[in-house]
Design a protein around this ligand. Structure first.
Ligand SMILES: [Zn+2]
Length: 330
């Protein structure tokens, strides 16, 4: 029996440190644990402990301090259901990682994104002033309620009908230096991450639109067969980040709760169609490219060549794949 009215899952959505961030249970000495947003295995593997991440209030925080309150039970479920399979697949490399269930990858990325949201919400916009307001306001928070339900799908083992996500996985040449890199945009739900030879580009709440648009182009699909140089992966991030920015429809969902068993089903509705994205503009795109290529010291003026021309590290002028790896070896 489905009883939606009597059960409001958002009642247990909490951003305080005396309750579990996932199930809302009150924490005491018996049941409390700390969940690292960026898990310990990841910090160990890529030596992230003392590295910093930028917060929305303009300050930086070390990865090792990114912890959120979690009950022992949820901590165990998170570990078994998502951290272990992801960690093992990252260790094994690209060929194993692409065999993972997309749902597991989605739940993992969504945990990182939601964990960051929790952290941002629990911090003040001015960390030196205890009276200053939270970084996020209540109104904005409502947009994240669906993200919270996606997260709870882990503890309720809920079933997704159609995917709320887009996930694209690329192979990055493992010999290239930087082994870890991540970028997440909490507003657009865009998430890109590099883990050794694995490059993942995702949107956590677009009902598959980004992936659909990508798969329409044969020359884009061919990229799955190539080892990418990191700058090529960054160019793909820029393309898909800009495409996400052009998404002009709001995804929507139907959810079903059981009064005893919690969240049962999440149905993502098809929002695809001819006008799902606004028109692509090369000059605007070049600003996104500049952002993702900033690590290579490239500026807008290097990348935007006027008219419809934008620099590409993915393709030669005849449209064929640019093999940067061989070029560098020669
Ligand atoms: Zn819990």
């Amino acid at each position: 029996m489905i009883e939606i009215e009597k059960f409001n899952p958002f009642d247990i959505m909490t951003f305080s440190y005396d309750k579990c961030f996932l199930c809302g249970e009150e924490l005491d000495n018996e049941n409390c644990s700390e969940e690292h947003i960026y898990p310990k295995w990841l910090q160990r593997k890529f030596n992230l402990w003392n590295k910093t991440i930028d917060l929305l209030n303009g300050t930086k925080i070390q990865y090792k301090d990114l912890k959120i309150p979690c009950c022992r039970k949820c901590n165990g479920i998170l570990s078994d259901m998502i951290e272990m399979p992801i960690s093992e697949a990252v260790d094994a490399g690209f060929a194993t990682f692409i065999m993972l269930d997309e749902k597991t990858i989605f739940q993992w990325l969504n945990k990182l994104a939601y964990g960051m949201l929790f952290k941002e919400l629990s911090l003040k916009s001015d960390r030196s002033d205890p009276q200053s307001p939270s970084i996020y306001n209540e109104e904005y928070l409502k947009e994240h309620k669906m993200q919270f339900l996606f997260l709870q799908s882990i503890i309720y083992n809920s079933v997704f009908f159609n995917n709320p996500w887009s996930i694209l996985i690329f192979k990055i040449n493992p010999e290239q230096e930087e082994k870890y890199w991540a970028y997440e945009n909490p507003f657009s739900k865009f998430f890109a991450i590099r883990l050794n030879d694995i490059g993942v580009i995702a949107n956590l709440m677009d009902n598959g639109c980004l992936k659909d648009s990508f798969m329409q182009f044969e020359h884009m699909k061919e990229l799955f067969n190539n080892d990418l140089h990191p700058i090529q992966f960054a160019e793909l991030c820029a393309k898909l980040h800009y495409k996400t920015y052009l998404l002009n429809k709001t995804p929507y969902y139907t959810i079903a709760f059981h009064k005893n068993y919690g969240l049962q089903h999440i149905i993502s509705h098809d929002i695809s169609g001819s006008v799902v994205f606004s028109e692509w503009n090369q000059e605007e795109y070049a600003y996104h490219l500049e952002f993702f290529l900033s690590g290579w010291g490239l500026k807008f003026s290097d990348l935007y060549l006027g008219g419809n021309l934008v620099m590409s590290y993915l393709r030669n002028e005849d449209g064929s794949f640019k093999n940067l790896f061989n070029t560098l070896k020669e």
